[in-house]
Design a protein around this ligand. Structure first.
Ligand code: 8YV
Length: 310
């Protein structure tokens, strides 16, 4: 009998094709019977706790399409001997590219410039409209210098940027290869022209960037978040952007996601916002889908997962 796989939402046809017709897919509904589920393919960020796992007594593996697993209770999975797979490494370059996309778009007024260039208001060329901030030759502060942060730092070198970082542990490789300098968090916030977040969301990092931290940043500084919305206190961010405490924000992620349609952050011109596109390129999505399927099939067959996070 084919393995019974739970998916939280319909998968795109190309992902289903990659599975090779080996699995019977069940799309999650709150009241469905999950007794016969063998594997869970997590496609978005559905919250999975121990009680959810207990509804699936035959569950052999949880395979997450993505690297961040803050939506999965890992200790609960460990207690139940359910391996959890994710997709590290594959998306580092794409996510770092998105970090730079947001840096450039916010600093150089790309989105309001685009809107203006299409509008009836653009009647003559004016050399001093929408003057932006330099990106090259400025200081970048990376909070969370892991795999993605390293790729951000590499790109920053090509932009002649000074790279500061703050992390739980120092990153000697980034220091040696890229000249990144470890500094305390407050010093990073005070010195950086761009503060970029590439840290996982954990109990330690939830709300890490709040009123006090935004208050330490320069009034010309720009905050970029390609990590998780929960790292930033959105009320404090709104205040900082409205009062001019910081210059702008580039957000690929928010909490909640999406923000309510009437959220005031969506009204601000000094915010560039994307619908969580960090790793969303054709090549990276393809690689992520393959790794998620490989983790799934390994777990189902009792083999070691190619990428096991718990
Ligand atoms: C994905 C991500 O878009 O990997 C992650 O942690 O947030 C993104 O790469 C997401 O996981 C897919 O739902």
């Amino acid at each position: 009998m084919a393995y019974q796989i739970l998916v939280e939402a319909p998968l795109p046809e190309w992902v289903v094709d990659m599975m090779g017709g080996e699995y019977e897919l069940h799309i999650f509904a709150a009241d469905m019977d999950l007794q016969d589920i063998d594997g869970f393919f997590i496609y978005g960020h559905i919250h999975v706790d121990g009680a959810f796992m207990d509804r699936m007594p035959k569950l052999k593996v949880i395979s997450n399409f993505g690297v961040g697993v803050d939506h999965i209770d890992l200790p609960a999975a460990q207690q139940r001997n359910i391996p959890v797979g994710n997709t590290p490494h594959l998306l580092d370059g794409a996510t770092a590219d998105m970090c730079f996309t947001l840096m450039l778009a916010t600093a150089r007024n790309l989105i309001i410039g685009d809107r203006f260039a299409r509008s009836a208001a653009f009647t003559h060329y004016d050399p001093t409209i929408l003057m932006g901030y330099e990106v090259h030759s400025t200081t970048l502060g990376i909070i969370g210098l892991g795999r993605i942060g390293y790729q951000v730092a590499r790109r920053a070198r090509a932009f002649d940027m000074e790279v500061l970082y703050h992390n739980r542990n120092t990153n000697p490789k980034a220091e040696a290869d890229l000249g990144a300098q470890y500094v305390p968090l407050d010093e990073l916030l005070e010195r950086a022209d761009f503060v970029s977040l590439t840290t996982p969301l954990t109990d330690e990092t939830r709300g890490l960037i709040g009123r006090r931290e935004l208050g330490l940043m320069k009034q010309t500084a720009i905050l970029i978040n390609v990590a998780r919305g929960g790292i930033v206190d959105h009320d404090a961010l709104l205040e900082a952007l409205q009062s001019g405490q910081i210059a702008a924000a580039g957000l690929d992620v928010t909490e909640p996601e999406p923000l309510p349609r009437d959220h005031p952050l969506l009204q601000l011109d000094n915010v560039v916002i994307a619908p969580h596109l960090g790793s969303c390129t054709r090549q990276t999505r393809q690689a992520m889908a393959q790794r998620t399927i490989d983790n799934l099939s390994a777990g189902l067959e009792g083999r070691e997962l190619p990428n096991r996070i718990a």
